[in-house]
Unconditional design. Structure first.
Length: 362
């Protein structure tokens, strides 16, 4: 068996979001937060906003293009005050003023901003940065650390959610298992992104499937390699839901919220579910074959089917050499913008300087 631990380490590095995308995920929500906190037409409650979703969970992979952003307001979810549908419309009306406000603040590079309403949020798209923010209004009686309520415009009511509790549970399980839980989550999300162009299941559904697997399986051996753990995860997902493919023509999974227990996948369409299961079935077969291979190159080939040849390297020596070169003492890199760094920039052109051997005055 070839667990290929070093190859999986390189895979995780390859799916890590580029620094410029992480910077956008950190910086652009701050502009929206400050705008809302200072706006007199839309009243928010301190602490006014909170990042949630994959970025806040440290579970983002690939080219990060969106973040989920809670906006705290005062209200009573039981009496639907303020009315969920109306509040989304009010937030959209206020955020329509964001482009002009950014212009007044001197952000000339962020003038192309599009705002539209969604089912539970207001969608803000910074076209110049190719970045999306879903601003989700919420009523948080006990603060963000307790269960909150988010609007459902379609049914015009407030529904419970606990995104910060989810993050805390994820961190707890990840710490218990030597950091492997988040790694598995990232591999599962990348597997979905690579295999499925359309009909992708939501990241929150995948995260819930992962957490239920970690908590449900008796005697789960998290000391196994990532290769074995990922194979077991795909096997568990497929074996749990494959019977739904045969019971009737419209059955889909009921995935419980990891904190609150209600069904979070109620709107998973049958065609989308069937597509996901086909990909999971392929993935588990390739993973099983990879671990049963007697030839290393064949094992690598199977994993490349799972994760993509671009992300899962055949030859890790080149990658290791590149990292070693980047860490060479006295070596630096100059970007086209004139920025000097000790490692090559993530994107754009650069010039490498000659290594030096000067270590200070004698």
């Amino acid at each position: 068996m070839y667990p290929l631990n070093t190859h999986f380490g390189e895979l995780l590095r390859n799916i890590q979001p580029p620094k410029d995308r992480l910077d956008a995920a950190q910086g652009l929500p701050l502009l929206v937060r400050d705008f809302l906190a200072e706006n007199r037409d839309f009243h928010t409650v301190s602490p006014h906003t909170r990042l949630v979703g994959s970025y806040a969970q440290d579970m983002a992979v690939g080219d990060v293009k969106d973040v989920d952003f809670l906006v705290r307001v005062k209200g009573d979810p039981e009496t639907n005050q303020p009315k969920a549908k109306q509040l989304i419309q009010d937030l959209r009306t206020v955020l329509d003023e964001l482009p002009e406000a950014l212009k007044g603040e001197g952000f000339a590079e962020l003038q192309n901003v599009e705002v539209e309403g969604a089912r539970r949020s207001v969608h803000v798209y910074f076209a110049d940065a190719d970045f999306h923010i879903d601003a989700v209004p919420c009523i948080a009686p006990g603060g963000f650390e307790d269960a909150i309520y988010v609007p459902d415009r379609g049914f015009n009511k407030w529904i419970p959610s606990h995104p910060i509790g989810y993050i805390e549970l994820l961190n707890e399980l990840n710490n218990q298992h030597s950091g492997k839980v988040k790694k598995l989550g990232k591999l599962l999300k990348h597997f979905r992104n690579h295999q499925m162009i359309y009909m992708r299941p939501k990241s929150y559904w995948l995260g819930a499937l992962l957490l239920h697997h970690i908590r449900r399986v008796e005697g789960l051996n998290m000391s196994l390699s990532l290769a074995e753990l990922f194979r077991d995860l795909l096997e568990a997902i497929y074996c749990q839901y494959d019977h739904l493919l045969y019971v009737n023509d419209d059955a889909t999974p009921n995935i419980p919220d990891p904190l609150l227990g209600h069904n979070i996948s109620w709107n998973w369409g049958r065609n989308d579910f069937e597509s996901f299961m086909r990909h999971v079935e392929d993935g588990r077969k390739w993973a099983r074959n990879a671990l049963e291979c007697q030839v290393r190159e064949e094992a690598i080939s199977y994993w490349q089917r799972v994760f993509g040849e671009h992300y899962f390297p055949s030859n890790i020596d080149e990658a290791a050499s590149s990292r070693a070169l980047a860490a060479t003492p006295g070596k630096s890199f100059v970007s086209t913008a004139g920025l000097v760094t000790t490692s090559p920039p993530i994107s754009g052109s650069y010039v490498s300087t000659k290594p030096t051997t000067f270590y200070g005055d004698k």
